[in-house]
Ligand binder design. Structure first.
Ligand SMILES: Nc1nc(=O)c2c([nH]1)NC[C@@H]1CN(c3ccc(C(=O)N[C@@H](CCC(=O)O)C(=O)O)cc3)CN21
Ligand SMILES: CC(C)C(=O)C(=O)O
Ligand SMILES: [Mg+2]
Length: 279
């Protein structure tokens, strides 16, 4: 299995890092088969597989439940799991206990948390306690209420400078990598050059050290708005609908089940059963 060190080495060697989300056993099996460098159990699972409007309702229990399933499907892949909304903003004791549960109960190799300055000391404490932490800057979906929606971040100089500063602070506080979401590609390129730790982009252009996408978005299995930064690598939804429609047609026309899907009993037994019915 890869480690936090492997990702540093990949960056140093100029080998791009591929990460994708998984939320359950089958998606995890697929991710591992396809050789993903890391799997992210994103709190986007709230929107993608639980049908919420945002990531805000996702709980620690939800994350642990789904991460356990992902671990069973991808035992040999480095798994990062999102600390959900407001589970790392209270007292440090509560934060530590939440991170402990994520690590011990879910089987994750690391946790990810959103934010800059406000989470620096948290990242330091967690790292010192032995929890590998991935940072997340730029568009931070858990702030959707405060931001008033999802939009590209740090387009202007002042905010761009603040973001670069926060990237460096995260690195200094011990984060082993940073997700940079929905920022101009030029800014993501500068951040990737300035940092020693890998920058994994989503909607951040090609010059980051790696990419991450939401599994359902990229395979055409998503039912919310698909962000502009997603590239489509399949159309699972259409395949599923077509398959189920054909099944319904087959049932109606008695084309399913066929002989090969059915079980038989001995003729004499059948005869006796008919006898039993008649008498
Ligand atoms: N299915 C899914 N995919 C994701 O990538 C994702 C989630 N869910 N949930 C959590 C966050 C939220 N994310 C989002 C959600 C919407 C946009 C979005 O609508 N962006 C606009 C561009 C906005 C602008 O131009 O400022 C777009 O049109 O893509 C972006 C990121 C990324 N994450
Ligand atoms: C979009 C990625 C980076 C994420 O945090 C998630 O899927 O929850
Ligand atoms: Mg997330």
């Amino acid at each position: 299995m890869k480690t936090t060190k492997s990702f540093l080495k990949m960056k140093r060697d100029g080998e791009k890092i591929s990460m994708v989300t998984a939320y359950d056993y089958p998606s995890a099996v697929i991710c591992e088969k396809a050789g993903m460098d890391l799997i992210l159990v994103g709190d986007s699972l709230g929107m993608v597989v639980l049908g919420y409007e945002s990531t805000i309702p996702v709980t620690l229990e939800d994350m642990i439940h789904h991460t356990k399933a992902v671990k069973r499907g991808a035992a040999d892949t480095f798994i990062v799991t999102d600390m959900p909304f407001m589970t790392y903003h209270g007292s440090i004791d509560v934060t530590l206990n939440n991170a402990r549960r994520m690590m011990q109960e879910s089987g994750a190799s690391a946790v990810k948390l959103e934010g800059g300055k406000q989470v620096i000391s948290t990242i330091e404490t967690l790292t010192n306690a032995g929890v590998p932490v991935m940072g997340h800057l730029g568009l931070t979906p858990q702030m959707v209420g405060v931001m008033g929606g999802y939009s590209v971040q740090a387009k202007e100089e002042e905010e761009a400078n603040r973001l670069l500063e926060e990237c460096l602070l995260l690195e200094k506080s011990g984060a082993f990598a940073i997700v940079l979401e929905c920022v101009p590609q030029q800014l993501a390129e500068i951040a990737s050059k300035k940092l020693t730790i890998p920058v994994i982009g989503i909607g951040a252009g090609k010059h980051t050290d790696g990419q991450v996408l939401v599994y359902h978005d990229m395979i055409g299995y998503g039912f919310h708005h698909i962000p502009k930064f997603v590239k489509s690598y399949g159309n699972v939804k259409d395949m599923l609908v077509a398959g189920l429609q054909k099944y319904k047609e087959d049932v109606q026309q008695m084309k399913f089940p066929e002989e090969e899907h059915s079980f038989n009993m001995k003729t004499e037994t059948i005869d006796r059963l008919y006898g039993g019915v008649k008498s």
